[in-house]
Design a protein around this ligand. Structure first.
Ligand code: CU
Length: 131
């Protein structure tokens, strides 16, 4: 009987670990992902998907409150470029227009509020700009 008791205890623990209620979501449960990790220099359209890592689903209606793009990956953190948010073309995809002035590595920093979450999501993404 002791073995069976241990088995049930194990199952109960497993179900606690796997069923994380939405109310306990943390900012680390969300992640921005570049749709295309490469772009051309000049006026670039950057699409970023916001994903709920627990379900793998896209997250629509987040409010982007901070955005910056700079050349930190190439040691030029002071070199930033104008960036603006564009209307979304697909739920869960956030679109930006940036003036990429130089080929090389660029870092896109985003801050967002996800609906129903109190904490903010902050991510830094690296993309490569070609000539
Ligand atoms: Cu540069």
């Amino acid at each position: 009987m002791k073995k069976i008791g241990t088995l049930f205890a194990g199952l109960a623990l497993a179900s606690i670990l796997t069923s994380t209620p939405m109310a306990f979501a943390a900012p680390s449960d969300y992640e921005f992902q570049l749709v295309q990790p490469e772009t051309k220099s000049g006026e670039a359209i950057l699409d970023v998907r916001l994903v709920d890592k627990r379900s793998g689903k896209s997250v629509p209606h987040a409010v982007i409150f901070a955005k910056r793009i700079d050349m930190a990956p190439d040691g030029m953190e002071m070199m930033s470029a104008p960036i603006e948010e564009m209307p979304s073309t697909e739920p869960g995809i956030y679109r930006f227009k940036a003036q990429i002035t130089m080929a090389g590595g660029w870092r896109l920093s985003l801050g967002a509020k996800v609906q129903g979450e109190t904490e903010t999501v902050e991510n830094k993404l690296v993309l490569q700009a070609t000539q």
